[in-house]
Design a protein around this ligand. Structure first.
Ligand code: PMP
Length: 385
């Protein structure tokens, strides 16, 4: 008799052979610009905690107080078991930040994308997505049963052609794009996407995971950054990056949110966000409003690092994500290892996540000049320009 699970071992071997194997690093300190791994102090360029809020005392205090008041778990789906005032307060705060009529919080950003896309389109419909989109947008599109076409990265001419060729054949059409691309750090051409969506009568969903709290004057995201109208825009985001907590959201019209509350399976059939995570995100939104200097620091750091690393093979970026392109996965893995030995924690990003290998540096508002200077010195020593 053959073992029906034997293929897993073979598959793992192949994953190792092509340098696709991934393992997890254990961090033994609070999150922040400096962390500790196995007792070694490292400067952290691997985190999405752009504003340095995940270890902020005020978020921690809010989480503890919410847990003391409401307990550890939300005890069931919000529709069946009820929710806490905190859930609604957070949704109002997100809608206020995003300047939309309403918002809905999900247990994660990934689930927000899966639930929203599958609720909005089905077999008779069309989805057009950027080929660099996040996995949650791609898998949401596949799960929906709609015809799913990808256009070249930020290639508006290609998108236009695909719309012209296909739009008429389908009932509804949903365009989906990251607003800040997570593995390259560049931005989608939002004004162009909005105008194409209007011309071809399409819905448009943007993923603001890396934009929330970071892009735009008040941290509202890319709609604010580009100063565009987009009142019909569906804006999805996460509470887990600049907001330092856990969870996802969708912000949009009151009708859209009401519809999702009735149709998004990943919201209806799952337990509500924990009181601790909800309270932390709520506190983070207050801080984002009250402390614009965090964003100012972040952009100051980004500009400094971008200028000082211009001699390397930088992948073009307009966000807090900076990537240095490398020849292959092995070079990227070796360089990440060398940096770690020298006190820098930055991940090697490689296929199949991205088409070409790179080191990815996420800049934080709480990085000091000394942190950035150390990174530059170590890169100069280890990278051939
Ligand atoms: N979209 C993008 C662009 C992301 O980078 C991520 C997180 N890596 C997600 C969605 C998923 O968000 P979450 O971590 O809250 O599930």
């Amino acid at each position: 008799m053959t073992n029906p699970y034997q293929w897993i071992e073979k598959s793992l071997l192949t994953i190792h052979q092509v340098n696709w194997y991934r393992s997890v690093t254990t961090i033994d300190s609070l999150p922040g610009a400096e962390i500790s791994i196995n007792g070694q102090k490292l400067i952290n360029f691997a985190s999405n905690d752009y504003l340095g809020l995940a270890g902020d005392k005020r978020l921690i205090k809010a989480s503890i107080e919410a847990t003391q008041k409401y307990g550890t778990g939300s005890t069931g789906s919000r529709l069946l078991s009820g929710h806490r005032d905190l859930h609604q307060t957070l949704e109002k705060a997100i809608a206020n930040l995003k300047q939309t009529e309403d918002a809905l919080i999900f247990s994660s950003g990934y689930l927000a994308n899966l639930g929203t896309i599958t609720a909005l389109v089905g077999q008779k419909d069309l989805i057009l997505g950027d080929n660099y989109n996040h996995s949650s947008l791609k898998n949401g599109a596949k799960l929906s049963g709609a015809t799913y076409l990808e256009y070249g990265h930020n290639n508006i001419a290609d998108l236009h052609n695909k719309l012209q060729e296909n739009r008429q054949k389908y009932r509804r059409c949903l365009m989906v794009s990251d607003s800040v691309f997570s593995m390259d750090g560049d931005l989608c051409p939002l004004p162009d996407l909005i105008s194409l969506a209007e011309s071809f009568e399409c819905m448009l969903l943007i993923d603001e995971a890396h934009a929330t709290g970071v892009m735009g004057k008040t941290g509202a995201g890319c709609r604010e950054y580009f100063d565009c109208d987009g009142e019909n825009l569906i804006q999805m985001g996460t509470l887990s990056k600049a907001l330092g907590s856990l969870g996802g959201y969708v912000a949009g019209s009151g009708k859209l949110i009401d519809f999702l509350r009735n149709r998004a399976a990943t919201w209806i059939y799952t337990t509500g966000l924990s009181p601790a995570d909800t309270a932390a995100a709520l506190t983070a939104i207050d801080i984002i409003k009250e402390e614009p200097q965090r964003r100012e620091n972040l952009w100051h750091n980004v500009t400094f690092l971008r200028e000082k690393t211009a001699q390397f093979n930088l992948i073009s970026s307009n966000s807090a994500i900076l990537c240095v392109g490398l020849a292959n996965a092995e070079t990227a893995l070796n360089l990440a290892k060398t940096l770690k030995k020298e006190g820098i924690f930055a991940p090697a990003i490689r296929p199949p996540t991205v088409p070409t290998s790179r080191l990815r540096f996420s800049v934080m508002a709480t990085h000091t000049l000394n942190h950035l200077q150390q990174l530059i010195t170590i890169l100069e020593k280890n990278l051939i320009t």
